[in-house]
Design a protein around this ligand. Structure first.
Ligand code: XLS
Ligand code: NI
Ligand code: NI
Length: 437
């Protein structure tokens, strides 16, 4: 092991809500039980390699500000390997059990495809070793098909077959390593799988190519015996004007249209839901009702900005609803809560990496507690059940079973006269949530 990258920081521990120590957990108590299961098992926190190790904190108007004293700033493989130890020291000290990575976060491009593959092999060997030493696990891996200029027109939806082939090669190799590292899932986020303008785009062909690409990925998965889950991560735009996987419903439609639904679940990101103009809870319900929620990228957008600002998730309402839906579906299985989040450009010191993750972990720990409290309280669920009471009648049941006609409905309406309405009581329900928070 190399010298410590964070020599003045001890392992972060749970000190409880009254602690004023910024390097402690106030709510995340890994072994504490909620609904009979430890917080660690409920939350399955993961750290994003790209943000934690590689994000320089630049913006469109300014250069990066992040201090990374362990990084020599070069694209050398040795530098990439050196980052691995730093990353695992961070995971250990911050109490994060899982991580996620793109191939290009961990290792640089080489002079050609074969050299690029060899670079990834070297760094992934270091990742395997570090996992073994620390017991940390890979939540999911993925291929970066959006940074390099060869993907300017898209990857699996490129007008260029040559780019499409490179993308396939990259996914193949990234999936092989995800499998080798015991990854629990593999993500497809189609950053450039969409269009900037329809003026130059054959949308029908592009969507069909994407489907063929995903089918090839499914075939490859089977051929190497990878048993992890495949996740599609919806996002409506940015960097494209329109991304084909725009939201959960669009993804499900795509998967259904191209006979892929059995092979994919969704990785939903809070900030992407906001960009799509949906609440995260809407996205979660859409996926869960289709049996397709796989994993979650936990972050937070900046209201009214319209950009994927990837702030650390510190919104209690958001976290409570996310955890409520997760509890309702019976928990995340192979998925987790991945902090796809970056510090603000002004939070440039290494210690800010700790502050940011601690804030996110504590927020989700509280979200979990609030969600469990809402379920134990039961008033909201009881209200919903009561609201649909009329459907428990004989006619209601027959409608739900598909045993009625419009004639039956008419007979009933004639007999029963004008429907009597009841209040939706939204404000009462909102007040109950505030009570729990
Ligand atoms: C970008 C996406 C990306 C995916 C992984 O907005 O969230 O980070 O999670 O490729
Ligand atoms: Ni994401
Ligand atoms: Ni994102």
């Amino acid at each position: 092991m190399a010298a410590s990258a964070f020599p003045n920081i001890q392992k972060v521990t749970f000190e409880g809500p009254s602690s004023k120590n910024p390097l402690s957990f106030k709510h995340y108590d890994a072994e504490a039980l909620i609904e009979g299961k430890s917080m660690r098992e409920h939350l399955r926190f993961a750290c994003a390699y790209w943000h934690t190790m590689r994000n320089p904190l630049a913006d469109p108007f300014g250069v990066g500000t992040a201090q990374m004293p362990w990084d020599d700033g070069t694209d050398a493989v040795a530098n990439a390997v050196a980052r691995v130890d730093v990353f695992f020291e961070f995971l250990e000290k911050c109490g994060l059990d899982y991580y996620c990575f793109h191939d290009r976060d961990v290792s640089p491009e080489g002079k050609d495809l074969a050299a690029t593959e060899r670079n990834l092999d070297q760094v992934c060997e270091a990742l395997a070793k570090a996992q073994k030493e620390t017991g940390k696990k890979l939540l999911w891996g993925t291929a970066c098909l959006f940074i390099h200029p060869r993907y300017m027109h898209g990857a699996a939806t490129s007008c260029s077959l040559d780019s499409y082939a490179w993308a396939g090669a990259q996914v193949r190799h990234a999936m092989n390593w995800t499998h080798e590292l015991g990854g629990e899932g593999y993500v497809f986020w189609g950053g450039r799988e969409g269009y900037t303008t329809l003026l130059n785009t054959d949308m029908k062909r592009e969507r069909e190519h994407l489907a063929r690409f995903l089918h090839m990925a499914v075939d490859h998965k089977k051929s190497i015996g990878f048993e992890g889950l495949f996740f599609i991560e919806p996002k409506p735009k940015e960097p494209t004007t329109h991304q084909y996987d725009s939201d959960a419903a669009a993804c499900l439609n795509f998967l259904r249209e191209f006979d892929l639904l059995d092979h994919f679940k969704l990785n939903l990101e809070t900030n992407h839901a906001a960009l799509a103009g949906n609440s995260m809870r809407h996205e979660l319900k859409t996926a869960i009702d289709a049996g397709a929620l796989g994993s979650i990228d936990a972050n937070l957008g900046t209201a009214n900005l319209g950009w994927d600002t990837d702030c650390f998730p510190v919104d209690l309402y958001d976290a409570a609803w996310v955890m409520h839906e997760v509890l309702e579906m019976g928990g995340l299985t192979s998925g987790g809560l991945n902090f796809d989040a970056k510090r603000r450009r002004e939070s440039f010191e290494p210690i800010d990496l700790f502050h940011a993750h601690i804030a996110g972990m504590d927020t989700y720990a509280r979200g979990l507690k609030i969600a469990a409290a809402l379920r134990a309280d039961g008033r909201i669920q009881a209200f919903i059940d009561q609201r649909y009471q009329s459907w428990n009648s004989d006619l209601g049941k027959r409608v739900e079973q598909g045993k009625t006609s419009l004639d039956d409905l008419r007979d009933y309406a004639i007999q029963n006269g004008e429907p009597v309405m009841e209040s939706g009581r939204q404000e009462v329900l909102e007040a109950i949530i505030n009570e729990m928070i």
